[in-house]
Design a protein around this ligand. Structure first.
Ligand code: 13P
Length: 258
């Protein structure tokens, strides 16, 4: 089963709406030069900070590049100051939303249950979840990696069991995020294969269609090798994706895995 690679930028709390529009102009023109090669070979998405979603969406409207949100609240609406709902993301044309990013888990106290509630809210909607999972350095060193990522994935599948191929999983080892320390392709592949096994056990043959992205210090120099692994179906970029030239190189690497 061949899966269409997805390369997504997560800008985190970077780039204003004006900067996002400038990025889009530059990035779209770089991608236009490769339109034929890109067509139906890779999906591209960008997750800006919420205030830039509208402006970026307008800048990308003539392109095939999808808009993604970095987060949402599980409730549909209400007295939840500072939060953003699914219908707001739908209205802006978002195709994807990150849920369970390790920064949300570690810095904002999100639990597996919180993440599962967000997945359930997204189930059946126009916005597809990119569920982030990953272990800390301590967990890796104590040999708990597979147990941790299985727990993070299973918590979502227990609740949102109708997501099927709308689900995208992103394996992002916490020790590789923003550290310049990337998981080797073999280390990443091992975890991706284990995640695929969990998906197969839960979803049967449908698991073959679910894309599992790698994130954690993805750069133009390592993207090709990572993406050549059989269970790595794309990338979730952070720091390098803030620069249109570097993000374009990561996307192009997905076309020619080394
Ligand atoms: P870096 O690419 O900066 O390590 O960030 C990865 C990430 O957290 C993407 O969601």
């Amino acid at each position: 089963m061949s899966r269409l690679p997805l390369v997504c930028a997560n800008w985190k709390m970077n780039h204003t709406a004006s900067e996002a529009a400038r990025f889009a102009d530059d990035f779209v023109s770089r991608m236009a030069a490769h339109r034929d090669a890109l067509n139906e070979s890779v999906e591209i998405a960008i997750a800006p900070a919420h205030p830039a979603l509208d402006r970026l969406g307008r800048s990308l409207s003539d392109s095939e590049i999808h808009l993604a949100a970095q987060n949402l609240h599980a409730e549909e609406s209400g007295a939840l100051t500072g939060e953003v709902s699914l219908s707001m993301l739908v209205d802006l044309g978002c195709r994807y939303a990150l849920i369970g990013h390790s920064e949300r888990r570690q810095l904002f106290g999100e639990t597996n249950e919180d993440v599962a509630a967000k997945a359930l809210r997204l189930q059946g909607s126009a916005v597809r979840p990119i569920l982030c999972v990953g272990e800390t350095l301590e967990e890796r060193e104590s040999g708990a990696t597979l147990e941790v990522v299985d727990g993070q994935l299973s918590a979502v599948l227990d609740v949102a069991d109708g997501l099927a191929s709308d689900l995208v999983v992103a394996y992002e080892p916490v020790w590789a995020i923003g550290t310049g320390r990337t998981a080797t392709p073999d280390v990443a592949q091992e975890v991706h294969a284990a995640l695929r096994k969990v998906l197969s056990k839960r979803l049967g043959a449908g698991a073959d269609q679910i894309r599992i992205l790698y994130g954690g210090s993805v750069k133009p120099s390592n993207a090709g090798e990572l993406l050549s692994q059989p269970d790595i179906d794309g990338a979730l970029g952070g720091g390098a994706s803030l620069d249109p030239e570097a993000f374009a190189s990561i996307v192009l690497a997905s076309l020619e895995p080394s």
